[in-house]
Design a protein around this ligand. Structure first.
Ligand code: SF4
Length: 323
């Protein structure tokens, strides 16, 4: 069997805080195949964004990756120099962030900002070719009158159009892996649907690109992804094909996430949030980190931390109920 595109082993990422070390990613192991679309879900603070940033080597100091390995297309990312990693980002790895206004530079035109990605990675590219490639990419992500809008500034674009620009910048060099971190959260619902549809179409048109879609919304991820990894308090608690997770979730936390998806056939106000709060990442409880919120917790759950085990090929769960 060929090596997966991405292979993460026992990754630990921590941040020092006044209260002690905060473990955002706590021993995560995960693989991603070429061309796969994987959804990474969990509540805010579950560590999914930090996992994405860790893969990109964009964790801001004093936060740091303390242990583990990340292999991408046969290369150990944690062994690369800062310059080598910078070259890889944009060209082979790309990240789409949640808030386009925070990502785009307000004093540079849209064309300049996307062109900068090309210039950095292809220094010999001429201005005419650069302009053509940027216009073509803007066109592909659905910016109307792309040629005329090349010289516009970010404030002249709506939030949805700005996110399209970010996606254009991320995809212009046909990266092998795109990590999209809550790419629609800052947008209203109709624009959200358009951006997801765009990502789906771009994915179909770019059969070589694998996508990790980071989201707190299992409904969104279920529509977009072939496989889903569920994260809770820094740990992966369930990994399985999307249909299996949605039809037959095994981990009580996944069951809770699915029950909390708003549905049109439920009465207004009849949401089912998971009771309690996310485990403290500085002083996590002993045993299963979910036990204080779990209706199925029993004695063993309070003392022994469950590890991710394979139930059947392709399905993994970390819960004592399934031992
Ligand atoms: Fe609940 Fe125990 Fe499973 Fe944790 S290990 S999810 S507490 S049943």
């Amino acid at each position: 069997m060929s090596e997966p595109l991405l292979s993460i082993e026992n990754l630990i990422t921590r941040f020092p805080t006044k209260r002690g070390r905060l473990t955002a990613v706590d021993g995560v192991s995960l693989t991603l195949e070429r061309r796969e679309t994987l959804g990474l879900v969990g509540e805010s603070g579950s560590g999914k964004s930090v996992l994405g940033l860790s893969v990109m080597r964009l964790v801001q100091p004093p936060g740091m990756i303390e242990a583990g390995s990340i292999r991408f297309a046969g290369t150990s990312l944690l062994d690369l120099s800062t310059d080598e990693m910078r070259r890889l980002r944009g060209q082979r790895l790309a990240m789409i962030f949640q808030d386009p206004t925070a990502t785009l530079n307000p004093v540079l035109t849209i064309g300049e900002q996307i062109g900068e990605v090309l210039r950095w990675h292809l220094p010999s590219i001429g201005p005419a070719e650069l302009r053509e490639r940027v216009v073509e990419m803007l066109d592909r992500v659905g910016i109307p009158n792309a040629r005329q809008r090349f010289g516009d500034y970010p404030h002249e674009f709506s939030g949805g159009m700005q996110q399209r620009v970010i996606i254009a910048a991320a995809l212009i060099l046909n990266p092998a892996l795109v990590i999209a971190d809550e790419p629609t959260t800052a947008l209203d619902v109709t624009v959200q649907a358009q951006i997801l549809d765009l990502l789906r179409r771009l994915k179909d048109g770019e059969p070589e690109t694998a996508i990790v879609l980071v989201s707190h919304d299992l409904g969104v991820v279920g529509e977009m992804c072939e496989r889903i990894a569920v994260m809770y308090a820094g740990n992966l608690v369930e990994v399985a094909p999307a249909d299996d997770i949605l039809d037959d979730p095994k981990h009580p936390y996944t069951v809770g996430l699915i029950a909390s998806i708003p549905r049109l056939d439920r009465e207004v106000g009849a949401l089912n949030p998971i009771p309690g709060r996310l485990a403290d990442p500085v002083t996590p409880p002993p045993g299963c980190k979910f036990h204080a919120r779990c209706a199925h917790a029993f004695e063993r759950c309070r003392v022994e931390r469950p590890v991710l085990k394979t139930l059947v090929p392709g399905r993994q769960v970390a819960c004592h109920l399934h031992d």
